[in-house]
Design a protein around this ligand. Sequence first.
Ligand code: GLY
Length: 423
Amino acid sequence: MKVLIVGSGGREHAIAWKIAKSPRVEKIYCAPGNAGISEFAECVDIKAMEFEKLAAFAKEKEIELTVIGMDDPLVGGIVDVFEKEGLRVFGPRKNAAILEGSKAFSKDLMKKYNIPTGAYESFNTPEAALKYLENSNYPIVLKADGLALGKGVLICNTKEEAKEGVKTLMLDKQFGDAGNTIVIEEFMTGREVSVLSFVDGKTIKIMTSAQDHKRAKDGDMGLNTGGMGTFSPSPFYTDEIDSFCKERIYQATVDAMKAEGREFKGIIFFGLMLTEKGARVLEYNARFGDPETQVVLPRMKNDIVDVFEACIDGTLDKIDLQFEDNAAVCVVLASDGYPEHYDKGFPITGLEGFKDREDCFVFHAGTKFEGDTIVTNGGRVLGVTATGRDLKEARANAYEAAKLVSFENKYMRKDIGKAIDEA
Ligand code: GLY
């Protein structure tokens, strides 16, 4: 089978690595890919939003399965374009990817179908939002309705900060049209857990849990990032919480989408907050998490191509999804200064230390070739994942493995997975 992956980050590298393990796959392409992905896939110089070009490429190369990694093309309708051309593609159609593409849509869906989430109101004028803030409790959360590179969520401690936030999102339009509508949401406290799932329109199969570390600095300080590291499973995601989510959240979401005429096929990523009152949905994403994927897929036992196909064909109920009884930790190696200013183009050494290993992996996020040398090419550069019998062992292994790689301005958080000491 020939497979095409659309995307270019650590998530797509982990997906490519997992697909390459399938005995059914003879050739992988990735558009546009990165230096690390090129170990498993032929990288193709077509951008993720060039839907027609990608579909033409898939036809020309007789691609039998395309896997969309990123949110932007999914929300933009790439799956519809591929399906119109008769191509097999894994991911939700545009009318279902709205689950991630519009915060107002997803909040309204949860309200309508009684799926536990924080209290909220949506606003499409700054005047109405500002008026609402007059009598609100603080802290409060402001969310841009549309996609904003994961940066459209503002936690505001005071009324003044919140008013400034409305200006940033709706008047200054820091995230463009994504801020035309905003959601103002109750501030919830607790532990965050990421739960990824495969969905075939009617059946949902939950993957093992994970936890991300979104802030740039140790102790969850500093600016929000795309994610500085992950661990899996989350010891805070207990059997009791799992039962509650199965009863109230997971299948309920799939059924709600079906009832709305928006059958969802692909990945639903449940961003959960474990509050004192129980689990609440913070957000939905319509694709694999990054860097959650880098700890979840190394623990997955199944041939992922079988699972992708079952989602497309509506036969997911026949799949026995299984994960290793172990743990994994991913430490992101970033460019110092990320997520603000950082320099690029530094040579990376030590990558050969990961070759042919099954206990640790290096997934490339922002790298490229300069001649024969792999150099840094982004804020998040690499994700170093290691497995272990338990989380403590996996964490020790991940930090040991992170020492193998060197580049100028290498920066990482030193406390990824530290929370497990409190479990
Ligand atoms: N790690 C969070 C995300 O993928 O959106």
